[in-house]
Every structure is written in C-alpha cells, then in structure tokens.
Design a protein around this ligand. Structure first.
Ligand code: FES
Ligand SMILES: [Fe+2]
Length: 394
C-alpha cells in the first residue's frame, strides 16, 4: 500500500475515533427482502452470474511451485484442479473426466504424475491432453486428441493462485481488483508468507448472511464484547469502495498511538487491520504478521462451505513456541468467526425461514451491507430499490 494511502486511511479512521462513528456509507436505513437469503431462484441467479463470471482465489502460490503439485477445489459446485505441469506451466482444469464425468483427482495424491480416472482408467497428461483410453476398441472412430480435459483460465497474482470458473473466459485479475486494491496487495508481499492452516466447515446459513458479518461494524461492541473488542478500539473503521470490492481500515487498540508518531513514519498495520472484501465472496484480513483468507462457497440457499486459511510471516514465528502462539491465534480467530459470527447467522437463517420478518432493516452503521447487496442485485438482475452510497468510490 502506498504510504500516502496509509496516511489518508489512518487520518480517516482517526477522525472516526474522535466522533466515535464511522463516516456514513448511506444516508437512511435500507430494507433488504429476506427472500435474498431463502429463495431458490435468487440462489440460482447468483450461481449463474456471481459464481461464473469472476475470478476466485484457489490458494497460495507456494502450493503449486513443483511440477505435479496441485490445488483441489473444496467445493463440489465448482470442481477444479490447478496443477503445475511437467514444463512448469500453471494449468487449471475441471476435475471432470471426459468419459462419464468422474473426478480425476481425489485429493489423496501427494503429487500428480498424470491424471488417472478411477472409474474406467482413462489417463490424461498434466497438460490436460488425453494420453490413453483403456480398451480403446470400445470407442471406434474416436480420437484422444478430441477428449482433453476442459481447461480453465488460471494465473498467479499477489502471491495467490486465481482461477476462473468458466472455460474460455478472459481473466485479468489486476483489472478485476482495480488499481488501489492491486497496489495494496502487491505491497503486502503475500507470496513471501508461509501457510499455517486451512479449515473448511459447512454452515447452515446463506452465504451472504455469513459474509455480511464481516461488513457489519454495528454488531462488534455487542457480539464481540468479550473477544474482538479487546483488539479493535471502539470498532471504528474507514471504508472505500472499488467497484464491487470494499476496502476497510479497522482501527486497533493501538490506533491513538499513531497521533504520537510523525505520519511520515506511519505503517498502517501497526494501528489498524486491513480488510479486503473481494467480490463476490472472499475476504482478506491483513495484520502486521498474518493474513487470514475467508471464502464462502454456496451449496444451497441455507447452506455454505466456509474456508478459512491463515498465512504468516515465517521470520516472525520461528521455533516451536512461536508456532504454538500462531496455532492459538488461528484457533481464537477461527472460533470467533465460526461460533460468534456464524453461530448467530445460522440462528437468523432459521428464524427467517419461519416467515415473521419480510425484510432486514439495515441502519446507517450497516451501510456496507446495503452497498454489497446492491452490487449483487445489480449483477444478478434481481429487482431492488436503489441505494446511493455516500462512501468515496475510488
Ligand atoms: S468416467 Fe473416467 S474413465 Fe470413465
Ligand atoms: Fe463479527
């Protein structure tokens, strides 16, 4: 992140600290119909648009450095495999055999020398070409060259591997993220981090109910009074909008100390955590020595696979004792998200299904939720009342 941006964001969040309120995002309360979280038709539209037309984060670049190393999708609705092929090229394919659709990689393989389908044994090279059909006399007139795996766009940017869900789609990750977020992510040197742990859990709530807990400053003093509030001073934030993406600067308890330091010496991560909501369903949380990546993979209107991965600066967690500290940090963060945030989201989902409330009311401090929902409504084409964000679009 450019230093001038750090100064600008810290000044904004320090101003919020003065007033005890974030700069407003919306000027009046907004109602969101609860059908957004319940309706199968809405869900299907989201799957056909949001989850077909945008790059997704597959994993950390360190996972696919060696030929044969691979990343497998955790999500049945988008079954991809990313692999480093024998020539050193990064490739991605649908994990779907061209014969009758079986998965060609199970995840148990340590490394891949080829893709061998467990059903009838068709074998593919790591470049996706079909090497051989078993008992080929079964397929007279058919040639291997016409039955390569479906290839997907894949690229490495900002230390992460990105994959596009649609074969043949054009993928330009820096253009998709925009200049400001690309510059920030470049600066954090995520490629130089090490992987600590990744968990995946199915939650009984709509993916947006889960994701919106990260956009909601309003709940922090109540729900997290015994957990996050210890770290996030008065829960003051600054937000900027970048197309459908959102950048949030979340003031830490150390924030007032910034006033005692000359701004030319500021490192924003000493005073705030940076949150990047990457549309549609990934959140990067950047701390001084950790990055936490959360992604929501919709399964059904009321069911979502949540993945949580933590990366860390290896030089700051050397030795067994430091690794234990790291493990505790991960467990704490994972617990807060998984139990406090998503626990209440699951309960809301159950209550919404009963049918008492027709809408969710969003107050001024929940403005980001309204803006995020509006981006979704615009892209899915689900009719909605217009929200005019007050936040700076950059
Ligand atoms: S489904 Fe793969 S070889 Fe038959
Ligand atoms: Fe929360």
């Amino acid at each position: 992140m450019k230093h001038e941006t750090q100064v600008e964001l810290l000044n904004t969040v320090l101003a919020a600290l003065e007033t005890g309120r974030d700069a407003p995002i919306i000027s009046e309360p907004v109602e969101v119909p609860v059908s957004r979280y319940l309706d199968q038709g809405v869900f299907d539209r989201e799957m056909d648009t949001l989850f077909r037309d945008y790059p997704l984060v597959a994993g950390h670049a360190s996972q696919v450095r060696e030929p044969g190393s691979y990343i497998l999708s955790p999500w049945d609705r988008f079954p991809y495999v990313v692999v480093r092929d024998k020539e050193g090229l990064l490739r991605a394919f649908l994990n779907v055999c061209r014969h009758r659709g079986a998965p060609i990689v199970s995840g148990k393989e340590e490394k891949l020398a080829a893709f061998i389908c467990p059903y009838h044994g068709w074998t593919y090279n790591l470049d996706g070409s079909l090497r051989a059909m078993t008992r080929p006399f079964n397929f007279p007139g058919m040639e291997c060259k016409d039955f390569g795996l479906h290839e997907l766009p894949v690229a490495e940017h900002f230390g992460m591997v990105w994959v596009h869900p649609t074969p043949g789609a054009k993928m330009d990750v820096p253009a998709y993220l925009g200049e400001a977020i690309s510059t920030d992510l470049e600066h954090f040197n995520i490629g130089g981090l090490a992987r600590h742990r990744k968990t995946q859990v199915v939650k009984d709530a709509n993916w947006k109910l889960l994701f919106k807990t990260y956009l909601d400053r309003y709940h922090v003093p109540t729900m997290h009074k015994n957990t996050l509030l210890e770290y996030y001073r008065d829960a003051v934030n600054a937000h900027t909008l970048h197309g459908p993406h959102i950048r949030t600067t979340a003031g830490l308890v150390s924030l007032p100390k910034a006033r005692e330091v000359d701004p030319s010496k500021w490192n924003i991560l000493n005073y705030a955590s940076m949150l990047y909501t990457l549309f549609p369903s990934t959140l990067f949380i950047v701390h001084t020595n950790l990055v936490s990546i959360n992604t929501f993979h919709p399964i059904a209107p009321d069911k979502t696979l949540w993945t949580h991965e933590m990366l860390y600066r290896p030089e700051e967690f050397e030795g067994e004792a430091n690794q234990e500290i790291l493990a505790k940090r991960f467990a704490n963060i994972d617990w807060v998200f998984g139990n406090e945030d998503f626990g209440i989201a699951e309960k809301c989902q159950r209550n919404l299904a009963y049918g008492g409330n027709k809408t969710h009311v969003l107050g001024l401090e929940e403005g980001l939720l309204a803006v995020f929902q509006q981006s979704i409504d615009r892209i899915t084409g689900v009719p909605a009342k217009k929200v005019i964000p007050l936040a700076v679009a950059q």
